[in-house]
Design a protein around this ligand. Structure first.
Ligand code: PEP
Ligand code: MN
Length: 263
């Protein structure tokens, strides 16, 4: 169902006043984790001002260590809803388990399935039944075929509003956190009608590499990017090293202008 052979034209996924797919390059931005009202509102204002179409922020965090910050939970979701209402910017947040789907649907506009859950089939079916737009991230060691089949689960459960996300894969290389597979973007754009976005933050794990890889994502034909940003990355409770500062986010948007403003 997600194949171009079934549908030749590009799917455009809409949530709130955002659309992903089509001719415009969509930038989704915000912190890795929602940490406090002050932190979220401040960064939300900056990303909105510079042209982000949606605000990201995790309330349930899949952390490698159980001793690291696990997210604010439903309090974080409420802050995302508040940001949405006050700034008129739709929101994206990760759902980690089936039991969370209902409350995520109540508070946010787009459900993120994280890399670690790409093959959580019960969760894929549950978000498929929810009908909310889904941003589906590629698994850490998943093939492109496996990503497409994961999308197929969501589609088959009744939800065609799926955005695919290349967020880097595990390779032998250790200089960067992951290896951003831009081949996958070009390949997916040929194989599927679903929109494809790139996550250069998790793809590189290095703040200084995020802008160059964002440009590369636009050049290779991605429909947008999802980037982490934080006004005080040194104090961030997760992924601070890969978060763009406010001025860096402004620079990113400046550099992407021709793509973001395309008719
Ligand atoms: C995230 O977006 O913060 C995240 C945990 O991403 P991934 O699932 O790609 O690791
Ligand atoms: Mn993160």
């Amino acid at each position: 169902m997600v194949s171009r052979e079934v549908q030749a034209h590009d799917t455009v996924v809409r949530f709130g006043n955002a659309s992903v797919g089509g001719n415009k390059f969509a930038v989704i931005a915000g912190p890795c984790s929602v940490e406090s009202e002050a932190q979220l509102m401040a960064i939300a204002e900056v990303v909105k001002k510079h042209g982000a179409v949606a605000l990201r922020g995790g309330a349930y965090k899949p952390r490698t260590s159980p001793y690291d910050f696990q997210g604010m939970g439903v309090e974080g979701l409420k802050l995302l809803q508040k940001a949405n209402k006050e700034l008129n910017i739709p929101t994206v947040s990760e759902v980690m388990e089936v039991s969370q789907v209902e409350s995520l649907c109540e508070y946010v506009d787009c459900l993120q399935i994280g890399a670690r859950n790409m093959q959580n089939y019960a969760l894929l079916k549950a978000v498929g039944e929810s009908k909310k737009p889904v941003l589906l991230k590629r698994g850490l060691s998943a093939t492109i075929e496996e990503l497409l089949l994961a999308a197929e689960y969501i589609y088959d459960a009744g939800n065609p509003n799926i955005i695919l996300c290349e967020r880097g894969i595990r390779t032998f290389e250790t200089a960067t956190r992951n290896t951003l597979d831009l081949n996958a973007v070009a390949y997916l754009k040929q194989r599927t009608h679903l929109p494809v976005v790139v996550d250069p933050s998790h793809g590189t794990g290095v703040r200084e590499l995020v802008i160059p890889l964002s440009r590369a994502a636009a050049a290779v034909g991605a429909d947008g990017i999802i980037v982490e940003s934080h006004l005080n990355p040194c104090e961030a409770l997760s992924d601070g090293h890969q978060a763009l500062t406010g001025p860096m986010f402004e620079q990113l948007m400046q550099e992407l202008k021709p793509f973001v403003e395309a008719a």
